[in-house]
Ligand binder design. Structure first.
Ligand SMILES: Nc1ncnc2c1ncn2[C@@H]1O[C@H](COP(=O)(O)OP(=O)(O)O)[C@@H](O)[C@H]1O
Ligand SMILES: [Mg+2]
Length: 261
């Protein structure tokens, strides 16, 4: 479903992604794991066309992302309308939930389908309610975000992303801003999505998150893939010294390596 080939990206002199390649098959959940600054968010933002890369290719669902072939066979980059259309098919949820504070929970979930996809409110409303049911928040449909816990807000943010019926869902550190006791309810929603067969790429610096939701873990350092494989293999018996060190450091910090590390 997702194929990343030799992706490179620099910010000025800072090479943030160095020849990065990986694949995520349809219906699988990949977790990009690594310390802060290793390039995980930048990689995810490229998948959502929030960043432009300097070299390499991305394909989603077999089609190139960010460029099309002209009749003469040459490539041309997408214009902003084409990018915006692609972004609708690629959902993204961030550490900070970014809900609209002046809208109720239900309005937050409905607004994408109504305003962007042009759906009738009469159709979007029951669909949004079903999604709120799915994330366990139907009872909060009329509440404003400020009256919800962080865990509840993040579940609304997931429902809002799903309302656009994305082909793939990208999750960037979605539990990192939450109090530990609220992490579980969000993880449960992610596990549920995984069972439903959605293709996801999750970014985290927390090993527990990777252990919990990944089919496939991609350990990144310094803009490169160091090691990848199923969580029960690489998180238990890492093949590289670099991953071994990361795991040891994480456990030594009591399990939550903070973003400042
Ligand atoms: N918009 C930007 N401008 C300049 N540098 C950036 C920008 N975004 C990220 N970086 C740099 O890219 C590197 C990787 O950042 P990031 O992808 O956010 O890593 P991670 O998500 O793994 O913590 C860091 O050195 C960061 O400072
Ligand atoms: Mg990040």
């Amino acid at each position: 479903m997702i194929s990343v080939r030799n992706l490179s990206k620099s910010f000025g002199p800072n090479r943030v992604l160095k020849d990065l390649s990986f694949d995520v098959p349809q219906g699988r959940t990949a977790v990009l794991l690594g310390r802060s600054g290793s390039g995980k968010s930048t990689m995810l933002r490229c998948l959502n066309l929030l960043e432009h890369w300097d070299g390499g290719e991305i394909e989603i669902g077999g089609a190139p992302l960010g460029r099309s072939r002209k009749p003469d066979g040459q490539w041309r980059p997408w214009n902003s309308r084409e990018e915006a259309e692609a972004r609708q098919r690629i959902g993204m949820v961030f550490q900070q939930f970014n809900l609209f504070p002046h809208m109720t929970v239900l309005q937050n979930v409905m607004c994408g389908p109504v305003r962007i996809l042009g759906e009738d409110a009469a159709k979007a409303r029951p669909a949004a309610l079903a999604l709120l049911e799915q994330v366990g928040l139907a009872a909060k449909q009329d509440a404003y975000p400020a009256f919800l816990s962080g865990g509840q807000q993040q579940r609304v943010a997931i429902a809002r992303a799903l309302a656009m019926r994305p082909q793939v869902l990208l999750l960037d550190e979605i539990t990192s801003a939450l109090d530990p006791e609220l992490v579980g309810e969000v993880l449960e929603v992610v596990r549920d999505l995984k069972r439903s067969g959605l293709t996801m790429v999750c970014v985290t610096h927390e090993i527990h998150f990777a252990q919990d939701v990944a089919d496939h873990v991609i350990f990144m350092e310094d803009g490169q893939v160091v090691e990848e494989g199923p969580p029960d293999t690489i998180l238990v018996e890492p093949a590289t010294e670099r991953l071994r060190k990361f795991l040891t450091r994480f456990h030594a910090r009591g399990g939550r390596e903070k973003a400042a590390a």
